[in-house]
Design a binder for this molecule. Structure first.
Ligand code: SF4
Length: 383
């Protein structure tokens, strides 16, 4: 924190309040996996009381017209990224290796500014936040019978870097600004407080319609190793047409800064690595550059512990919460009836009705982006 208060955190709450008060606007809010295991901390909720259903109820009480789950679009991200990995592996000579995940906005900014030689290695799949935004103003608008020009798409994220990501012009695919406003978990907590909501007394509410449908694979996106594990679960299915045991790839879990594992899928060995924290990312990238290590697929998250420990999450002086929150995400995953992104019925419907198949032309237009072409101003890069 700045000791004299001259540097302030960006605060977009007023923009949200204006949208909520505007009768011409339809407000649609999504919240990220990691937000569900941190939003109640400020209100002093016990971890078992801090449920997704209560957060939906709080957002409804605040006045959002539609409350949806980013886990749906995390499952979409896995379908696109997993399919991309398989496509690249089928034509190995054509691509640069390893393939890197692309859903962490802090990592994208870091690689673009400090290791641009690795930009071709990034998956082109957009982050769940941006996939959700692109689908909100196209497919969802069509499905719900809403004029997309009236939609204000708000996302609640554990992350301050997601604000710049939503502002990158080249990331938009819907013909509108895909995500209009991003609030961090800390801003969300202030919004709940400002509305006088007693979080402890909230009654559980379901998400609006099927865009609240998610799987355990999408939930673990919020923990380090989660994107890798979710992608491997579905890549295994896409290659073999059979599900692996849901915990087959759990070796990539845990708080170590740089983890590696080798898995065999249909006779092919796949060497993967997972790094969290930019110091570990730098070490790993330098080792790849020097030829000291070789991988097929690498997940990098800028924050220690991944989004569970994200820069926009509630702060507890002297206490690091990433491991506890991450553990809770794995608990949620283990209790859900569906633990594979390809089994999400809304994802299946989205492909059937709108996108055709993963990596289709329309999927590319809405759900993929070339970070190489992002126009980041020096101010944005510093943000
Ligand atoms: Fe944002 Fe940190 Fe998550 Fe990356 S790891 S998306 S910077 S919260």
């Amino acid at each position: 924190h700045c000791p004299v208060g001259a540097l302030r955190e960006r605060n977009d709450m007023d923009e949200v309040l204006d949208a909520l008060a505007d009768p011409d606007k339809i407000t649609m809010v999504q919240f990220a996996p990691a937000v569900r295991v941190a939003w109640g901390e400020k209100a002093g909720l016990h971890r078992v009381e801090q449920t997704t259903g209560k957060l939906v109820a709080a957002l409804k009480q605040i006045g959002f017209d539609y409350v949806f789950d980013t886990v749906y679009s995390a499952d979409m991200t896995i379908m696109e990224e997993g399919s991309e990995l398989i496509k690249r592996m089928g034509d190995k000579e054509k691509y640069s290796w390893p393939m890197f995940t692309s859903c962490c906005s802090g990592w994208l900014r870091f690689v673009k500014s400090e290791f641009p030689c690795f930009l071709p290695n990034l998956s082109t799949a957009k982050s769940p936040q941006q996939m959700f935004g692109a689908l909100a103003k196209t497919y969802m608008a069509e499905k719900l019978g809403i004029d997309p020009a009236r939609i204000v798409s708000v996302s609640l994220m554990p992350c301050t870097a997601k604000k710049y990501e939503a502002d990158v012009e080249q990331v938009n695919g819907s013909g509108f600004k895909d995500v209009d406003i991003v609030l961090t978990t800390r801003e969300l907590d202030n919004l709940i407080l400002a509305d006088g909501i007693n979080a402890g007394e909230l009654k559980e509410m379901p998400f609006d319609s099927f865009f609240g449908e998610g799987t355990g694979a999408g939930v673990i996106f919020g923990a380090t190793g989660g994107v890798m594990e979710a992608a491997l679960r579905s890549a295994y299915f896409l290659i073999t047409k059979e599900n692996p045991p849901a915990d087959a790839f759990k070796n990539v879990r845990g708080m170590n800064g740089w983890k590696e594992a080798t898995f065999t899928v249909a006779g092919t060995h796949m060497k993967v690595a997972v790094a969290n924290g930019l110091g570990n990312a730098r070490r790993l990238l330098n080792a790849i550059k020097a030829g000291a290590v070789e991988y097929d697929f690498v997940e990098i998250m800028a924050c220690p512990g991944g989004c569970a420990g994200g820069g926009g999450q509630p702060i507890h002086d002297g206490r690091e919460m990433a491991e506890i929150r991450g553990g809770e995400l794995y608990n949620i995953d283990s209790t859900l009836p569906r633990r594979f992104s390809h089994e999400n019925p809304t994802v299946q419907l989205t492909y059937r009705e709108y996108l055709g198949e993963p990596l289709s032309r329309r999927a590319h237009q809405l759900l993929h982006t070339e970070v190489e072409g992002w126009d980041l101003t020096p101010e944005t890069m510093k943000q």
